[in-house]
Design a protein around this ligand. Structure first.
Ligand SMILES: Cc1ncc(COP(=O)(O)O)c(C=O)c1O
Length: 359
């Protein structure tokens, strides 16, 4: 990919063993950078040794959070080849986040080329153990130096990579989820649909309180009625009640998850009845009590699927599928990971091969 100037590191890091990988703790040797100025547009794409950014303390992103990011993964298949999963869709969502946050969009093919160039250069960092991956984190921050609140005129795009371990070391494992009636993550008309820093800051207190109450994650309800399911932690939420699969619609408060879209597409391929509609926590709890709530799971890039074994709300817990991973949840996990690692065929063309740079 000799497309961008590359300054190679003179101090390559020691790579951790695949068994020792956690999430996001180790970053690779290089990063991709590109600048934007109003009037000039995006310019100076380049790859440099990974290292600290130098920012003036008055840089606007540090005060008002005008920042977006995305997250996807590169997988090393048993055939040794490296595949990205749905890179175009992630690039499009990155631009959707940019629109919402009043930031300049980037041409999708430039985003794609930055992924291919950096992952290609760092191909040795893609771990080999089944279940591991190289996490890809594109980010844009506002870089104006000024303390006024308005959209910036200059921005920095940067792309960093982190090898990540298997989410499930002992097989897919159900978690305990708390539906919160005290914390709200996003409201209609706000920024809930964007992958922007503030949404994650807004989720910290709810997460802290859920953990203190003995749960793993928060299930957020809508901010107006405090009744309708939004999303769970950093995942979209899906349920199987009777013979219907239900997930909240994309109505401005939740992220348009790439895993959500992939799961919906597969389940429709399989002929299941899949409905995107508002659903209240009361309907879910009632289905939990009367046993029609057969499965419930989150979807996201980190875990692919995360089954909910217990759902708590206002002091009551319901157990779902005896606290075991449901059959459909497991089938989604197996099918999506099969495509990601190149074990199964890819009828929708979701994966793309990364050319490994010869170095
Ligand atoms: C708030 C939020 N919802 C949902 C998701 C799941 O999205 P995806 O499947 O694209 O990873 C994520 C993670 O990216 C997230 O941060």
């Amino acid at each position: 990919m000799g497309m961008f100037p590359v300054t190679r590191t003179t101090q390559p890091k020691q790579k951790p063993a695949d068994d020792a990988l956690a999430f996001g703790k180790v970053l690779t040797d290089h990063m991709f950078l590109m600048n934007y100025e109003e009037g000039r547009g995006w310019h100076s794409p380049r790859i440099e040794p990974y290292g600290p950014l130098s920012l003036d303390p008055a840089t606007s992103v540090l005060h008002y959070g005008q920042a977006i990011f995305d997250g996807l993964k590169a997988f090393r298949g048993e055939d040794g080849r490296i595949r990205l999963f749905r890179a175009d869709r992630h690039a499009q969502r990155f631009n959707r986040s940019a629109q919402i946050m009043c930031m300049p969009e980037l041409p999708v093919d430039i985003i794609r080329q930055s992924f291919d160039a950096l992952v290609g250069l760092e191909h040795d960092w893609v771990p080999r153990k089944p279940g591991t991956a190289l996490y890809i984190r594109p980010t844009i921050i506002a870089t104006d130096v000024m303390l006024g609140v308005h959209p910036a005129h200059s921005y920095l795009y940067f792309l960093i990579l982190s090898p990540v371990g298997t989410y499930y070391k002992e097989g897919v494992k159900p978690v305990r989820i708390l539906a919160s009636d005290s914390h709200v993550r996003a409201v209609k008309g706000g920024t809930g649909e964007a992958k922007t820093a503030a949404n994650y800051a807004a989720s910290l207190a709810g997460q802290r309180d859920a953990e203190a109450a003995g749960y793993t994650q928060v299930l957020y309800l809508d901010g107006v009625h405090r009744q309708y399911l939004d999303e769970v932690g950093t995942m979209n939420i899906m349920l199987r009640i009777g013979d219907e699969v239900i997930t909240p619609p994309l109505a401005g408060t939740i992220l348009d998850g790439v895993t959500r879209n992939s799961a919906l597409t597969l389940m429709r391929d399989w002929g299941l009845r899949v409905t995107e509609r508002p659903i209240t926590i009361e309907e879910v709890m009632q289905a939990g009590r009367d046993g029609t709530l057969r499965e419930m799971w989150g979807t996201g890039t980190a875990a692919v699927v995360s089954p909910v074994g217990t759902l708590g709300y206002r002091g009551e817990d319901v157990t779902i599928n005896g606290g075991q991973t449901g059959e459909l949840t497991q089938r989604l996990y197996d099918t999506i990971t099969g495509i990601q690692y190149g074990r199964s065929n890819d009828p929708h063309g979701w994966t793309s091969l990364v050319p490994a740079e010869q170095g």
